[in-house]
Design a protein around this ligand. Structure first.
Ligand SMILES: Cc1cc2nc3c(=O)[nH]c(=O)nc-3n(C[C@H](O)[C@H](O)[C@H](O)COP(=O)(O)OP(=O)(O)OC[C@H]3O[C@@H](n4cnc5c(N)ncnc54)[C@H](O)[C@@H]3O)c2cc1C
Length: 423
């Protein structure tokens, strides 16, 4: 049996951040990861010469935790235009960040893509977030309440804010907790949405390079944990790992399989359709490095992007990679083929051509447990990160459900483990 100070179960962002933090304190640890690579929910695969992320994700360069765990300049980040093209009854509108692209933002307003009163209601929120301040919630507990209280009208909420934040929370209800909404609003206001040169999976790979060689054991699923003497034993196929403390940096359902007493939390799901298109045949309207939103709620696609226009390394030369994403539970209840047919039909409507009917589907990817739901009251109460003495929870199951939250939770778990080791 091997003995270390801390066993970290799970090699996602939380587990890797935890291992980095423990090692920087001079502690020995091992990361046991069931999968064949690090990253957990942040993985990128090579598919026919494309880099395909497992679900559409972006890395916000404003995340405060990022520079603690990687050198962001090593990721070759390329950014989206700060804003979105929005499909409305009148065709395409555009909303751009008023402080990052002020001229475009004013032109968008004159083009009528948002009512002036709504633009004037949103501008002070963007200014406040840009300067690092919190949004005034005025007593609201949900994202919807915050923007209504700020004076934003229903048309702008439904055509722009709802699909934008449905893509962020993977939840079209706008019922996300006001604090979680405030954090994301401020990260988008202050930073850029980016894609790394080798796909989103480049982030965990870079994080793992900062962990001592031999610390991470891939293909090692933990079957159970047992108290043993003054510490804990993690049971793996054909062996065991003993340590003074255990960090469960696992996703929520996997954690419950190891510590049955934990309450179940609702999760949000998503499905990504990734298409490969000859650049010469792609409708010109789609070749913009910006997010495309469905402001009509008339089909399965909530948000989409020509990801290789943002980050050219995502597609081979002469090809475009288009990512179309579904988050509405009523659409996700259908069979994959039914959703795909409706996705193609919706995209034909978006681009006024039948071309999407012939686009080659590279991959249809469902992610059932994509993000824990983040409505008010969903987040576990403070202090619940340690269900048993010496067992510490990390990951977006206890922290904010984001890349930043997962990394922060891993660092926090290392601090709690340090207390166990010191005590
Ligand atoms: C489709 C999608 C889109 C997203 N979009 C964004 C975005 O744009 N921006 C953003 O900030 N966040 C986004 N997120 C959220 C972000 O990716 C997650 O919050 C974060 O990656 C969670 O990391 P984690 O380490 O907590 O958990 P995970 O990544 O789930 O890692 C848990 C690890 O534990 C391992 N494991 C589980 N059980 C065991 C076991 N018994 N033994 C050993 N190993 C085990 C798993 O294999 C996994 O590697 C998105 C997530 C998804 C799925």
């Amino acid at each position: 049996m091997t003995m270390v100070d801390v066993t970290v179960i799970g090699g996602g962002l939380a587990g890797l951040a935890c291992a980095q933090s423990l090692e920087s304190r001079g502690r020995t640890c091992v990361v046991l990861e069931a999968g064949d690579a690090v990253g957990g929910r942040v993985r990128t695969d090579r598919v026919d010469g494309h880099l395909v992320d497992r679900g559409f994700q972006v890395l916000l360069d404003s995340y405060p935790e990022l520079p603690r765990v990687v050198d962001p300049s090593s990721l070759g980040l390329r950014s989206f235009i700060a804003g979105a093209r929005v499909r409305t009854r009148d065709g395409w509108g555009r909303v751009t960040h008023p402080l990052r692209h002020p001229v475009a933002a004013v032109m968008d307003r004159f083009a009528g893509s948002m009512r002036w009163s709504d633009a004037l209601a949103l501008a002070p929120l963007a200014w406040r977030a840009w300067r690092g301040g919190a949004l005034p919630s005025l007593g609201a507990t949900s994202a919807h309440g915050v923007v209504v209280n700020a004076g934003v009208g229903a048309a702008t909420i439904d055509s722009f804010l709802r699909p934008f934040f449905a893509g962020v929370f993977l939840d079209p209800s706008m019922q996300a907790d006001a604090a979680a909404f405030d954090f994301r609003f401020s990260m988008f206001a202050r930073g850029r949405a980016t894609l790394p040169s080798q796909g989103m999976g480049m982030l965990p790979t870079a994080m793992s390079a900062r962990v001592a060689p031999g610390t991470i054991r891939l293909g090692t699923r933990v079957r159970g944990i047992d108290r043993s003497g003054t510490g804990w034993t993690a049971i793996v196929d054909g062996g065991a790992m003993q340590s003074r403390a255990i960090v469960l940096a696992t996703d929520g359902p996997s954690t419950r399989a190891l510590v049955g007493s934990l309450p179940e939390r609702p999760w949000c799901s998503t499905m990504q359709f990734t298409f490969d298109i000859a650049r010469a045949e792609a409708p010109a309207a789609m070749l913009s490095p910006i997010l495309f939103l469905d402001g009509l709620s008339r089909g399965p696609v909530n948000h989409a992007a020509a990801v290789s226009v943002v980050q050219p390394s995502y597609a081979p030369a002469g090809r475009v990679q288009w990512s179309a994403n579904v988050v509405d539970p009523s659409w996700l209840a259908h069979a994959d083929g039914t959703i795909e047919a409706a996705v193609r039909e919706q995209l034909c409507g978006w681009f006024g051509t039948t071309a999407p009917q012939s686009w080659r589907l590279l991959r249809a990817q469902r992610v059932e447990h994509a993000l824990p739901r983040q409505h008010a009251g969903d987040r576990p109460p403070e202090g619940s990160a340690s269900p048993e003495p010496g067992v510490i929870l990390a990951g977006d199951q206890v922290g904010d459900a984001s890349i930043n939250g997962a990394i922060a939770s891993g660092r926090h778990a290392a601090e709690l483990a340090e207390r166990v080791l010191a005590g």
